[in-house]
Design a protein around this ligand. Structure first.
Ligand SMILES: [Zn+2]
Length: 409
């Protein structure tokens, strides 16, 4: 909900809370050794659904300048799977919309430019928009012009006043991060050329609930979308949800919504809307059993890790991601159970997990220190991680996957 207690999309006041995770540290606020003894702010984390427009959202709002600070360390290019998905994403629109030297592709939350680089290499002018300083600098260095700003109606109007309108706007995993949701969507409508295409990707809230992905609920994610809630939201701004694509393995289940100024809904999008009505994804009832299932995943994981630890096994974690912060803090798993966490992102090495203070190091530690079990905290990259760690497995290392259900592999 927004600061005045209303739904972020429709302004309704009847939000129904369905999950309370307690007070959590900011998920990406990794700590240096010097900071471990200092104060660590915590914020409540409650998820709610709006019965009026069906948008799922968290109640509390942490100001964006606190969330997207200099130590925001998520660089997209560290995942091979994500890079492959981006390339596939880029090539489709170039072929189907005949983009060329007179076109403009804008990406909001363009990170280090990993997606736009594909368009630029094909000779299509691009513009990245990203407020996080480090990734924006990396994008510029890679030849992707990037405005280091938050996107909204003001920025969209400024670009249009400069004569720039977008043939394609890509906004992947950003709409959930936006405090002023209606301002953001209005900005998309302003910036988009009349025959342009908006391509928005976000994790699918249906899968979040079906697969118990509670650790993807955190302060940086204000909203969790269904086709119904997106359809309602964009119509308010003269835009239409015309098509949807499903990527079951991306971030635990991701949808790509195609949005435009003319209403031309595909059979696929009609099918999704009908299916959501049939299953009640658009009503609070769908969310009411979630908290009980989440508590069971937590209890199963903690009992398994305790049992292994008490039996003399040494345990580590893989993936110092935001979701790991939520899972570890919610379950109360600290250095009593996990000796260390490995991550490919060198910027996180030598730092500590928020709240639980488990040290972070490079993946080579799995071979050097040979923990008996490694908990895959970045379970959305499960296949990629297990593939990269074939040598660790060959030497007898095992993996614990916490979500959707606790499993040893
Ligand atoms: Zn609402």
């Amino acid at each position: 909900m927004s600061a005045d207690g209303a739904c972020r999309s429709c302004g309704g006041k009847a939000l129904e809370v369905f999950l309370s995770l307690g007070k959590m540290p900011l998920p990406d606020a990794f700590l240096t050794g010097d900071a471990l003894s200092g104060p660590e702010p915590r914020y409540p984390l409650d998820a709610a659904v709006c019965p009026d427009c069906s948008l799922v959202q968290i109640l509390e709002e942490v100001p964006p300048e606190k969330l997207f600070v200099e130590n925001y360390l998520y660089f997209s290019s560290f995942s091979d799977a994500l890079l492959g998905h981006s390339r596939d994403h880029a090539l489709g629109p170039i072929a189907s919309r005949s983009l060329g030297p007179d076109s403009l592709v804008v990406e909001i939350a363009s990170n280090d430019g990993y997606l736009l680089k594909n368009f630029a290499e094909a000779g299509v002018p691009v513009l990245g928009i990203d407020p996080a300083p480090e990734p924006a600098r990396a994008a510029e260095a890679a030849g992707v012009p990037t405005l280091q700003e938050f996107f909204g109606t003001d920025l969209a109007r400024r670009l249009v006043a400069e004569g720039r309108r977008a043939d394609v706007i890509v906004a992947n995993n950003v709409m959930a991060h936006v405090p002023d949701l209606n301002g953001f969507v209005e900005g998309l409508a302003v910036l988009l050329a009349d025959d342009g295409l908006i391509s928005v990707e976000n994790p699918y809230v249906r899968d979040l609930v079906d697969h118990g992905e509670f650790d993807t609920i955190y302060h940086e994610h204000f909203c969790y979308f269904s086709c119904t809630s997106v359809d309602t939201l964009v119509r308010r701004h003269g835009l239409f949800l015309n098509h949807v694509e499903y990527f079951p393995d991306l971030h635990g289940g991701t949808l790509r919504w195609h949005i435009a100024k003319r209403e031309e809904p595909s059979d696929t999008v009609r099918g999704y809307l009908a299916e959501e009505r049939r299953r009640g994804v658009d009503t609070p009832a769908f969310y009411r059993t979630f908290a009980t299932r989440v508590a069971k995943v937590r209890d199963d994981l903690v009992s398994l890790l305790r049992e292994l630890h008490d039996g003399g096994a040494r345990l580590a974690g893989y993936g110092a991601a935001a979701k790991a912060t939520i899972l570890l803090n919610y379950a109360g798993i600290g250095t009593d159970l996990l000796d260390f966490i490995v991550d490919r992102n060198v910027h996180k090495h030598g730092m500590y997990m928020p709240g639980v203070h488990i040290p972070i190091t490079g993946p080579e530690a799995l071979l050097e220190r040979s923990p008996d079990y490694t908990v895959i905290l970045a379970w959305n990259f499960r296949a990629e991680i297990i593939g990269q760690q074939a040598e660790y497995a060959a030497r007898g290392g095992r993996f614990v996957v916490p979500i959707p259900a606790v499993e040893v592999v």
